[in-house]
Design a protein around this ligand. Structure first.
Ligand SMILES: [Zn+2]
Ligand SMILES: [Zn+2]
Length: 132
């Protein structure tokens, strides 16, 4: 076992790709949140004929490759105010919690045959509010 200390805040160089590992460690959700703030990762809800979907795209927080994830949601959580990823979601706004797997088009070393992506999954939370 080696301890990984990734470059602070940067994307991972291609020659330094992480090995495939199935992980949903909270650090990736935190890193994804920082990428969202920086604009390297984007998340948008959209409504198509009354069906709520989400689209997440940008840099994978683990391997730095481009991912593009779409998901259809059947329920929107209109929960009480709570704190997530260091920010506070206002109690009045419904949010979508999206579990995003790495969907990059690269084969990482150690991945099962035919599996693309680095194996990470992380959570993105977006507010589905009035957008006026
Ligand atoms: Zn990757
Ligand atoms: Zn990845």
């Amino acid at each position: 076992m080696t301890v990984e200390n990734g470059p602070a805040g940067g994307t991972v160089p291609v020659e330094d790709q992480p090995q495939y590992a199935q992980t949903a460690a909270y650090e990736w959700t935190e890193r994804a949140y920082r990428l969202l703030l920086g604009g390297q990762l984007q998340a948008r809800p959209f409504d198509a004929d009354g069906v709520l979907s989400s689209h997440v795209w940008g840099d994978c927080p683990r391997c730095g490759h481009q991912l593009d994830h779409r998901q259809v949601h059947t329920a929107v959580a209109a929960g009480p105010g709570r704190q997530t990823g260091g920010r506070i979601i206002p109690p009045t706004l419904p949010t979508l919690e999206i579990d995003v797997p790495c969907g990059c088009r690269h084969t990482h070393s150690g991945a099962p045959d035919g599996t693309l992506g680095c194996g990470v999954s992380f959570r993105v939370e977006i507010v589905v509010g009035p957008t006026s």
